[in-house]
Design a protein around this ligand. Structure first.
Ligand SMILES: Nc1ncnc2c1ncn2[C@@H]1O[C@H](COP(=O)(O)OP(=O)(O)O)[C@@H](O)[C@H]1O
Ligand SMILES: [Mg+2]
Length: 269
């Protein structure tokens, strides 16, 4: 088990294919300090660098320049699989977070063991099973009675609920959510979002949540960050956020991005 950690990004740049005609400056110098337990919503148009930012924190690639600090630790050079012991992630695709041919209990057992360095005692003990039942029952999807069901038999919403549970069950020091409700139908998406807020709030998780949905970004989280062209162009605290409407956000987006940039439709979903 770990404790929610602060995250600090210092002068982060990520250039893909540097020095070639395909060069892309995905992150153009980002400084960001997120205190322990803060729930940050991140919005921005397509290609503005939101996923790259989360990948930089998770260690998916090496940075062009800059540093990532997780808690007291400089993790810039730490491999992704090492960081993943304390970083929980949920992606857009409900299939990404779970092993399809394994059962619900096998999937959850892997998550429970993930943070242990020598996760050799695998398997599902009765103590672990009790923890799983309790956790699953709060999803309100009846999965606690289907521990031996294969995950690929579940619906997209159920799988995403499982992904969320798996990302948080071992109490990560940081939770990264990359448009994790975008592929679900609206009603299921709302359920998953509510569940997310509950889990994050009650465990006080440090959370970075990318969303295309301005409405969600305003409603959830205690800070809102807008990205554009690899930079943070707007950073609002809970108080500032509370008085804003989607229309105000769009106006601010236009102000920073210039009128030439139409807000893409996805931003308004
Ligand atoms: N692995 C990669 N290789 C090359 N270019 C990438 C890679 N990942 C992202 N990019 C580019 O970096 C930019 C930012 O992408 P991304 O972070 O995925 O944007 P967002 O999540 O905000 O839509 C885009 O121009 C994208 O094409
Ligand atoms: Mg993305």
């Amino acid at each position: 088990m770990s404790v929610p950690a602060p995250v600090r990004l210092c002068g982060i740049r990520k250039v893909f294919f540097p020095g070639t005609p395909n060069e892309v400056v995905a992150l153009a110098g980002i400084d960001l300090a997120v205190p322990a337990g803060q729930f940050v919503s991140i919005i921005g148009s397509n290609g503005s660098g939101k996923s790259t930012l989360l990948n930089a924190v998770a260690g998916t690639f090496s940075l062009t320049t800059g540093k990532v600090l997780l808690g007291e630790r400089d993790v810039t050079k730490q491999a992704e699989h090492v960081r993943s012991r304390t970083i929980g992630r949920v992606f857009q695709d409900p299939r990404a977070g779970t092993a399809p041919s394994m059962t619900i209990e096998e999937n959850l057992a892997i998550s429970l063991l993930r943070t242990k360095r020598s996760g050799l005692r695998r398997g599902v003990t009765s103590a672990r099973r009790a923890v799983m039942r309790t956790q699953l029952s709060r999803l309100g999807m009846g999965l606690e009675d289907r521990l031996r069901a294969q995950v690929n038999k579940l619906s997209g919403g159920q799988r995403q609920a499982m992904s969320l549970l798996m990302a948080t069950i071992a109490e990560p020091s940081l939770l990264l959510l990359d448009e994790h409700t975008a592929a679900l139908d609206p009603k299921v998406a709302a359920t998953i979002m509510e569940l997310t807020a509950q889990l994050v709030t009650e465990r006080g998780l440090t959370t970075l949540m990318v969303t295309h949905n301005m409405e969600l970004a305003l409603r959830y989280g205690d800070r809102l960050i807008m990205m554009h062209a690899g930079r943070v162009v707007l950073d609002l605290d809970a108080e500032q956020k509370a008085t804003l409407k989607v229309g105000d956000l769009i106006e601010k987006f236009h102000a920073v991005a210039g009128e030439a940039f139409a807000v893409d439709r996805m931003l308004l979903d």
